[in-house]
Design a protein around this ligand. Structure first.
Ligand SMILES: [Mg+2]
Length: 216
């Protein structure tokens, strides 16, 4: 099937990952509550870097020599939504590039991107020293207050315009991607803002349910 859409950008946490977020998965593994940090961030008292720093510090307080390898092991069983591989296949067969744009952890983004054949991904990360131990700093590639900037990089990389772009997200942070897309899909939306700004709202346990709206 042919499609008028050339770039399909997926948010990861809550869309491809069937859990609140990859960060939250690690917090829950360590039995950590980051509600206060999250509130500080939402209220604008801390920025993205400080948000990551405070989250990582909580992990290091539990396990002081935690490595990227440990995080890979912790994140390995993170639940993912059904139908990703066939969705990516169908979209690529229609001629589109298929990418992940995530404020989540790149460990999970890389795993999903490789396993399911995405063209590329961009996500945030943790800084490690040469032996792989976390330094306590995050690596910011996707600013949650402007995910659209990360989407723009893919549009420029592939030479694809906004009107040929589809973005799929589940929360208010994805609205900045919607603003740069000809078609926006709120998938299992968690807030009113994302619903209000989406062209289509889908609630489903299977990501393949987006396909009829993209492929003609
Ligand atoms: Mg999300």
């Amino acid at each position: 099937m042919k499609s008028r859409w050339s770039l399909i950008a997926f948010d990861m946490d809550g869309v491809l990952v069937d859990y609140t977020s990859s960060w939250t998965w690690v917090h829950d593994h360590f039995d950590i509550d980051n509600e206060e940090t999250l509130l500080s961030y939402i209220q604008g008292r801390i920025d993205d870097m400080e948000f990551m720093r405070q989250d990582i510090k909580k992990w290091l307080d539990v396990k002081k020599d935690i490595c990227r390898n440990d995080l890979e092991t912790i994140l390995e069983p993170v639940p993912i939504i059904d139908g990703i591989s066939s969705t990516v296949d169908a979209l690529q067969s229609s001629g589109a590039k298929v990418v992940i744009v995530s404020g989540g952890l790149d460990i999970t983004a890389k795993q999903i991107a490789n396993e399911h054949g995405f063209d590329d991904y961009i996500a945030n990360s943790v800084e490690c020293d040469p032996s792989g131990v976390l330094t306590g700093e995050g690596i910011l590639r996707v600013d949650l207050t402007n995910k659209g900037a990360a989407l723009r990089r893919f549009q420029q990389l592939y030479g694809i315009d906004e009107m040929s772009t589809v973005s799929i997200g589940n929360s208010f942070v994805d609205v900045s991607m919607f603003a740069l897309s000809g078609l926006s899909i709120a998938f299992n939306p968690i807030d009113e803002h994302v619903k209000k700004n989406a062209n289509i709202i889908i609630n489903s346990k299977d990501i393949r349910d987006i396909l009829p709206h993209i492929l003609e």
